[in-house]
Design a protein around this ligand. Structure first.
Ligand code: SF4
Length: 337
């Protein structure tokens, strides 16, 4: 299926409402169903540490936030908890942290080695690292890397103090993809300073990158960020953006992110209805969850049971084939569904 929608139309589609909006989202849902069936991949996430050497203006985990309790989980504790019982619908696992090379070396790598060979596909979201760190993570068993750009305009990227420079981030994405990783990126809708022009630039950039996945997260103002009073992105606009991403790049993996439930009632299931096809179960130990503050302290925590309810509400089913297995099968030209 070729592209049925163009990057230039993206900004316009964000403001659709009423019947036009309904038709647009239905088109995105049908597009997802044509390529993936009504199947939603279910991945677990463990937020292994919340130290971060970066200082992003929109994130409460930034290094200058001295009020946050910092933690690094123990490999044994995570492993035991995972082995004690995972939701059956879960096929993949993502290890996530702030940008913290110690957590990479001392938690992610040994944990991946232990999990390698299990039934789980392994993903990581660990920020921009040295090339040798990516190679070590891959060697340890991960093959899907989440590295978001957040904005595709270099000056805007600098203004909101996103990690390093946009140029470095893009170089990292291209390096990861060229060295065999499956890479997903994404952006924040409604980020302070975002104009229509910047949005257009961001979408054009994401479309051109070698990605297997792409996300949109609604901007949520966090108390301990530089933008506590900036308005949150509206749920309706965010859902239009999900549908736009699906129509722009039909073959990509598009997650429903937990912040959609913060952006508005029923946001998660409605994101799946608008063409998203990845859901995430939070497996971080309860004691650590309040300190993993990407947005606000009152996070929307998605448990396995809740995820299954949201998938059902959206008229979908959990995929029995894992995300990484599905992508590998597609690469080989097999029929993964
Ligand atoms: S967005 Fe990521 S890199 Fe930036 S401060 Fe937060 S955890 Fe660190």
């Amino acid at each position: 299926m070729g592209n049925v929608f163009h990057a230039e139309s993206f900004s316009h589609s964000l403001n659709l409402s009423g019947h036009e909006q309904e038709a647009f989202r239905r088109q995105a849902e049908e597009c997802r169903n044509a390529l993936f069936g009504n199947k939603v991949f279910v991945r677990g996430v463990v937020e292994i540490a919340n130290f971060c050497r970066e200082n992003c203006g929109y994130c409460a985990m930034r290094r200058d936030n001295r009020g946050l309790n910092r933690y690094r989980l123990s490999v044994d504790d995570i492993y035991e908890e995972l082995m004690a019982g995972l939701p059956e619908c879960l096929t993949d696992l993502n290890l996530q942290a702030g940008e913290d090379p110690i957590a990479v070396r001392e938690i992610a790598v040994p944990l991946l080695h232990r999990l390698k060979g299990s039934r789980l596909g392994l993903s990581v979201c660990l920020g921009t690292l040295r090339h040798e760190d990516y190679a070590t993570l891959r060697e340890a068993g991960a093959d899907y890397y989440v590295l978001k750009v957040e904005t595709g305009n270099a000056a805007h990227y600098r203004d909101v103090a996103a990690p390093g420079t946009l140029e470095e981030r893009l170089a990292a994405i291209r390096h990861l993809a060229a060295s065999g990783w499956k890479v997903s990126s994404g952006f924040i809708l409604g980020l302070p300073g975002q104009t229509n022009e910047i949005l257009k630039e961001t979408i054009g950039l994401l479309e051109a990158l070698p990605l297997v996945g792409c996300s949109v997260s609604p901007f949520i103002p966090g108390e301990d960020t530089r933008f506590p009073k900036h308005p949150a992105a509206s749920l309706e606009t965010t859902l239009n953006a999900v549908a736009g991403l699906r129509l722009l790049s039909p073959r990509r993996i598009i997650p429903a992110v937990s912040a959609m439930n913060l952006a508005g009632e029923g946001g998660y299931a409605r994101a799946l209805r608008a063409g998203a096809n990845l859901a995430t179960v939070n497996l971080t130990p309860e004691s650590a969850r309040p300190d993993y503050q990407i947005y606000r302290r009152d996070r929307a925590i998605m448990t396995g049971k809740r995820i299954l309810q949201e998938i059902e509400k959206a008229g979908c089913e959990p995929s029995s084939v894992g995300l990484c297995d599905w992508l590998c099968a597609r690469e080989r030209g097999g029929s993964p569904v």
